[in-house]
Design a protein around this ligand. Sequence first.
Ligand SMILES: [Zn+2]
Ligand SMILES: [Zn+2]
Length: 346
Amino acid sequence: MKAAVFENIETMVVRDVPIPACEDDGILVRVEACGICGSDIRNFHGGLRHGVKSQIMGHEIAGTVEAAGKHVRRFKVGDHVAIAPDVSCGECWYCRRGLVNLCLDHKMLGTDWPGGFAQYVYGPGVVLARGMVHRMPDGLGFEEATLSEPAASVIACQEYNRVEAGETVAVIGDGPIGCLHVEVARARGASTIIMIGLTRLKLVPAFGPDAVIDAGAQDPVEQVRKLTGGLGADIAICANPVAKTQAQAVELVRKRGRVVLFGGVSKQNPMTTLNSNTIHYNEISVVGAFSYTGPGHEKALRFIHEGKISARKYISGTVPLGRIAEGIALAEKGEALKVLVTPWAE
Ligand SMILES: [Zn+2]
Ligand SMILES: [Zn+2]
């Protein structure tokens, strides 16, 4: 089969590799589409976790079950499945409490096992048991289903941080994750959603924010105050990889407001400076949010199927495997939202 193998930093080679063997407890999936994620782009430039090399990346996967081992009950040949990458250990302090996203021995498809930038991906037994493989709702397209992985983390974040009906939500970052936050906040009943962006402002209105602030031309803090009668937003979600904007988030929420650090920033430069007096006197909560649990991934598939998340609108383009480098370049240019790899296209 054809696969795009991450050989080393900034070196991705498309070549023939053996089709993985399907064991008794695993499934082999024919990959129909696999999203290029912001983390794939970061890893392409910065390397995979633990210095892993010669690995097939890609973790926003949708495809068809091609073979199922004889011990597999949950899936059969021909099923359409969406696969998210996280696999928890099932035994650590966090896993025993259901907090599998915080697992101490967390592993990922695309890092610890070969991922979806290939014509087939193999889900071994441990991935089926403790990972995130879910049957797609009938009628949902493969390309749309790849959005379930990023959507799951957005849904989990807003549940954990209790984004509620009537709230004013400021979303910082106009990439696909920011747009997902806008749609999910709307689905949860937020009344005013303010998007603060920079590079993709033209694409953002399609996702229905009530106001869009151009951070390149306007002061986001001033604008959010203006839009909220001077009060500030109830919650600000930082959905971009820029530490500096986290400082703005603290300034643009109301007293007792919440700031959620959702987007990872560069591993080389993760430090940020927040005004601790603002946090102290205004009783602001600053929290992190990362990943999701299995039911979150299933819920994301439902949200997409029900149209609460308009998956189609995120897909700026698809590239065949042989042009994956072009796809990565397109995804990071800041003009596209989601770029997918379709491994069987020429
Ligand atoms: Zn992803
Ligand atoms: Zn664990």
